[in-house]
Structures are given as structure tokens and as C-alpha cells.
Design a protein around this ligand. Sequence first.
Ligand SMILES: NC(=O)c1ccc[n+]([C@@H]2O[C@H](COP(=O)([O-])OP(=O)(O)OC[C@H]3O[C@@H](n4cnc5c(N)ncnc54)[C@H](O)[C@@H]3O)[C@@H](O)[C@H]2O)c1
Length: 423
Amino acid sequence: MNTSPSHSFSRREFIRTTAQAAAIGATVAAPWVARGRVLGANDRIGIGFIGVGGRGFSHVNTVKNLIKEGEQAQIVAVNDSWKFRRDEVVRQTGAKAYLKHAELLADSAVDAVCIATPDRLHVPQAIDAVRAGKDVYCEKPMGHWTQTELSRKFYEETVRLKRVVQIGNQGNSSSAWKKVGELIRQGAIGHPQLVVAGFFRQGDWGERMDIPDPTAKPGPELDWEGFLGDAPKVPFTVDRFFSWRKYLDYAGGPCTDLFPHVFTPFVSCLGVKIPSLAVASGGIFKYTTYDREVPDTFNMCLDYPEKLSIVIPCTLSNAYPNEPTIRGDEGTITLQNPGEWNMGFDSVSVIPFQGNKQVIPAGKMDATQAHWKNFLQCVRTREKPASDVEFGYHVQVALNMALLSFLKKKVAQYDFTRQEIVL
Ligand SMILES: NC(=O)c1ccc[n+]([C@@H]2O[C@H](COP(=O)([O-])OP(=O)(O)OC[C@H]3O[C@@H](n4cnc5c(N)ncnc54)[C@H](O)[C@@H]3O)[C@@H](O)[C@H]2O)c1
């Protein structure tokens, strides 16, 4: 038996997260199991929003726009740990407000939920949702870096209960990445061998995050226990509640926050699953003057059993872009002029060893809107969405391997027989 510290970490995590999953299930699953109704083409899909801060609120607007364009859907319920955000959505949409996500899940008018809470809450709330018979649009990252086993539970429960789950990696719905996937499958560059992409930004606002009310306190208007979920029980600070991306208890820095945008589309284009090995380096190199826990520089290197490597560097001190590049053994693919991470790329170039370079217009688009349309269509047809739960799980394991490698300063390997990360 493997008795290395790495192995015991994995076992401890397994036992803890399995117990958490059981506890969560025990609190909310029983009365609502498999309550999903079968929707006809003209039935309106009732949507509930769990977490309506920056991203959740923009999802409310996306859905409102889709409804204006004729989508048969309705915003019926909202839950947020902070009353003021909840109230704003009620004011704008007439949705019913709930203090706790479990109460929202008990509402039979809710067919599908959008989960856009801090990272560590996604998987526990999503497990509750599928057990309550709801379909789920779950923001990226699928789970927190401490929750590999719980993320697997979410994947298994989704399959077992036949729920539709879309992970919020909207790049998967953008036309540029669809084109790249087609080119690779057609053999345009032979066997892909090495991907080099990157995430480059100047500024730390993403992690510092605004504090809209420095006097906010736990009580009827702010659910601190709800925010903590399965995280360590620590005393309340406004900083932890509003600027949660700075803290490893709730977030993982560029690896889990930003790489879902630049890494995930490769997983889908290349058709790979879980990497065999991950190493990562970096640190807090630029923003050293405050209590930030997550790195601002993070470089991830993954090897896949399909005999290819993916390398993604990141700094938050310099936004000069690079072109994502896929090198195959018969040619190269690059993507030009990224828009905001919602919008895809202007064009895709193919440079074969034999023959001429081709530049294919890709067309920027609102990938989040396309991702929502795809999700709502799949809620009706029960097909797999563009970023389904199994795919999301594979992405999450890769990101967790990289972050654990960085935090423990070790090479992370995946044991395919035992289905666990070994450090
Ligand atoms: N796909 C994308 O492009 C994209 C972009 C931005 C954010 N995101 C993801 O969306 C998620 C939210 O990010 P954000 O920037 O909106 O953060 P945010 O802090 O602005 O919003 C989170 C909201 O969740 C609420 N909340 C906290 N605990 C809760 C609980 N137990 N139940 C219900 N609500 C709770 C908070 O009060 C807050 O309003 C993150 O996981 C992030 O990675 C994705």
C-alpha cells in the first residue's frame, strides 16, 4: 500500500469530502429527489439564480435578453447571501427571493439554476441542485481546488440522476474554438504535440475586488455561515466576504480563476481527458504589499497520455498578449486578436509544413449568450451541453493537479487505476 504523505492527503481529502457530500445530501436531498418535469418545446423554463454578484447579475441580464429575443424562459427565483444584491434582482425581475439556496431548490417553479457563488460553493450547491431534480448552469471553476473528490461526486450524481449540467466555460461555445476543433479532427496539423497559450493582464483588481459596504456585518442581511460553506470556520471580515478571490480558502488564483478561459477550449479541441502529470511554478511576485494569498504569476505545464503537452504561463503585471499556438507534427494552428474572454478571436491561422498558410475568419461573438442558448436547448432535448459535467470534471482535475503541484512544490501525477491525484 502507498503510505506516502501524498497518498494520505488524498485519502484524508476523500474521507472529508465524501462526508461533506453525505451531510449536504442529508440536509436537502430527501424531499425533492428527481422532481424534474419534462419540458415541451413551448413550456417556459423556470430559472433560479444562486449568487447574483458581478457574474450572477450579468447572467440575469443575459437571460433577460434571451427572453426578449423569444426564448421560452422565466426568471422565477433568486438567492444571495447578501440581501442588497438579492433585492436588486427582485426589483428588476419580480423573482421570488430566498435566504438559503436550499429553500430556492424546494420551489417547484424552478426547473434550472444558475450558480455563480464563490468557487468553493459551486459543487456543494450543484450537488444539492441535481438531487433536487434541477438542471444546472454552474460557473467556472467547477469546484474549489480542495474538492476533487466532491467534484467527482457532482459528476457522478449528475449522470445518475440524468440532469443537464453546463459548466460556465463559455469559450467552448465560441466559433473560433469550434473551428480549431474541426481543423484538428480533420488532421490539418497532424498529431498535436505542444500547446502554448497564456493569460496576461496588468492589474490585481480581479483578486482585490470592490467592497461595496465596508460596514456590512453578519446578521439578517448577510449570511456569513452560508458564505463559508465547507471552508474553515473563521471570524467574519468584510474583506473575506467581498474580496474572497484573494484567499486560498475560497479561490485558487489565476490557475482556477483565469485558466478556465484559456485552457479549457484546448481540452475540448484536442479531445483529451485527464493529464498524467502536472507541474507548476510562480508566486506573489508583483502585488506584495497586502495580505494576498493567491499567486500573481502562475505557470502550468501538463502532459497528457495522448502524447502531448499543454503549457500556460500567466502574469498579472504585463498584459502584452501572445497568440495561442498548437504545434502538430505536420503543421501549426494559431489564433489571432482575442476579444474580451467572452468574445472569441478574429481569426484562426493554419500553417502546414506542406502547402500554403490559410487564415480563416472566426468572428467575435458573445460566447456567454451562445453558452446559455446551448444550455436551455439541452434542458429541453436532454442532450449533452457544450461544456458538460464530465468534461468539466476533467478540466477541474487538471487545474487541481497544477495548483496542488504549485502549493506543495511537487510534481502531481494522476493514478488512472485508483482515479486519484498523487503528489
Ligand atoms: N465565466 C466567466 O467569464 C466568469 C466571469 C466572472 C466570474 N465568474 C465566476 O462566477 C463566480 C462568482 O464570481 P463574481 O465575480 O460574481 O463574485 P461576487 O463576489 O461578485 O459574487 C458572488 C455572490 O455570491 C454571493 N454568495 C456568497 N455565498 C453565497 C451562498 N452561500 N449562497 C448564495 N449566494 C452566496 C455573494 O453575496 C455574492 O453576491 C466565481 O466562481 C467566478 O469564477 C465567471
